[in-house]
Ligand binder design. Sequence first.
Ligand code: UD1
Ligand code: CA
Length: 452
Amino acid sequence: MNIVILAAGQGKRMHSNLPKVLHPLAGKALVSHVIDTARSLAPQRVCIVYGHGGEAVRAAITAPDLVWVLQEPQLGTGHALMQALPQLAAAGTTLVLYGDVPLTRVETLQRLLHAARDSLAVLTVELDDPTGYGRIVRNAAGDVARIVEQKDASPDERTIREINTGIMALPTARLAEWLGCLSNDNAQREYYLTDIVGMAVAAGLPVRTAQPESAAEVLGVNSKVQLAELERVAQRRIADQLLTQGVRLADPARIDVRGELVCGRDVFIDINCVFEGRVVLDEAVEVGPSCVLKNAHIGSGARLAAFSHIEDAIVGPDGVIGPFARLRPGTELGPGVHVGNFVELKNSRFAAQSKANHLAYVGDAVVGSRVNIGAGTITCNYDGANKFQTVIEDDAFIGSDTQLVAPVTVGRGATLGAGTTLTRDAPPDTLTISRARQTSISGWKRPQKIRK
Ligand code: UD1
Ligand code: CA
């Protein structure tokens, strides 16, 4: 079996410099959805027909197994398939997909391929408003006779509600002959792939149809409005899959997964969370409202409170994060670590049970177990040119409003007094403090406003 993905169309109505099929749906380019669906049917070849400006598409989709075919100029869907013909394995079926129709289910295509096993099959759907689509014309016996494009259709034919989705399965051995017979003698002066249907009927082949479970499977993207509509469909599908697996969602209409979200048992996700890249939530993780997670692994039983932002980071089991915590790339937290509000961590490891509960910045640090980092603590990791590491050993206590001027080490069990600016290593099990001594001046008078 061959699969040909037609993607030479221009997509003017997207009003964008990005080629249409590269626009993201659920975090993945439209055409990549189609390619992934194609791959799961295990075809011999996947050809992509691309057109003017399509070099950007070719450059963005790097996969060694794809065959790229340039169609220039674009003279219609039949002409597009003609360009791919020399690349196709001669035997079996050729399945035609559109690069801008991203949500077709594999099972639907399997049904279509089954219907095409000894001839040709078209994926059709009945629409309340079929305007613009090619119509499926059937004879008195109800068999498919041909497809007529909207612009070529008679008023009677325009009342037909069964439309051509454009997705077809064709016998490859007959394609050279049929495509060679196409003419552009029609309203659009194009070579219509759809004319092949009439040819197959004339050759005595039965033309069968298959239908998708829902019309959304065959919707194409021509505008940002349609892209936004399909995004909601895609998100609802993902939410339904998560619910089916046993994930509890506060509202399946208010979650956005732009990549892969892997969940263990008894995970709960509150509203308005965004997941990007690959995110793994282990068993019994709770994600509060409005969290953003990108390429993250959250250990079992961890709780992320509202508005936490986590990217390229690992949270250990039973971690307590947020609200308003920011874990930047390279953050790795051990079991039971607490990170509270307005705490920013970057490229830092925290071992078990350590805490930074309020208003802190910890960057390029290695923090031991059971360390307490007080409010307002900052690692001064950057001198304007280079970055340096801070090491805080087990059981250290960092008083509030402390600056740790890296490179610097706080020894095991050390205590830093509040307000300390640490520029040299703090010895273990010792209080280190750098602070002007407090004095009280008796008899001191507040300044008075000068009268003029
Ligand atoms: C086509 C079908 C129509 C069907 C509709 C479904 C034909 C003649 N008509 O209409 O029956 O109802 O799709 O949306 O096939 N493309 C190329 N090269 C070209 C022209 C198109 O690669 O020269 C690609 C486009 O990128 C797109 C697909 O083919 O992915 C369909 O093109 P489009 O112009 O949208 O087809 P329609 O004329 O709307
Ligand atoms: Ca179209």
